[in-house]
Design a protein around this ligand. Sequence first.
Ligand code: G3P
Ligand code: CA
Length: 290
Amino acid sequence: MHARAVAASTTALLGTAALLLPLSPARAADSGARPVVVAHRGASAYAPENTLAAVDQAAALGVDWVENDVQRTKDGELVVVHDDSLQRTTDVEEVFPDRAPWKVKDFTAAEIARLDAGSWFGPAYAGARVPTLEQFVHRVERHDQKLLLEIKNPQLYPGIERQTLKVLSNEGWLDRPHVKHRLIVQSFSADSVRTVHDLKPAVKTGFLGTPPVADLPSYAAFTDQINPSYASLSSGYVAAVHAFRGPHGRPLEVFTWTVNDADAARRVAGFGVDGIITNTPDVVREAVGG
Ligand code: G3P
Ligand code: CA
């Protein structure tokens, strides 16, 4: 659909709120631009998710963007791990058999550092560790990559937004080049995304989910991206998101997840998404040329 037609149909949907719409948002599908490809939890089809090996694998594939999940240990260290429990992706059950349900928040950083986060994936990765956020950003920096950082389960970790920004600042990731080109902070929690925006307005942010179109004006006050599951996506929804400008004055973007096959990648690229988050970045890049 042409941008003006999109704005018109979105106007019909939104009534007076549509006064906020730009007339001609230049979007990926219209411009022929290719979506950015993001390695989800690193190149997690080929190496254990959220480990340094998964970052290395993304780099080996020539993938610029890496996504991760950040949570907090019992003693206040930020670590990169997806589930709120260590059970699925480490050998915690063997090392600490009496500590069920093995929640991240119930283990110290030193305890987590002892765990094997690679053997579950394959013997070649035995000994991989759950990285700290510091270690993770060092590795991303070493490869000159970019980071889509997810604050995971923020309701479990009061203050994690401020702490995450502090670590990023300490590691040099809040200077202008990083903030402008190499960092996005996202969450499923709108409150968390809003908090990041309020604390550091320059940082680009993303909300994970598919809010109703009528609610997009309120999201556009604090998030630069609306990042939905590809299963719930349509070209109309992408166009409706693109019709709004975010807190930095640019049209809202859409990075969709988790797209692991070529057909789905081509489909969402056809919808005009700005980014595709994938466990198989090589497959998606081949399909869409990102
Ligand atoms: O980046 C999007 C995606 O990571 C959201 O889902 O559960 O894999 O963190 P999840
Ligand atoms: Ca994630």
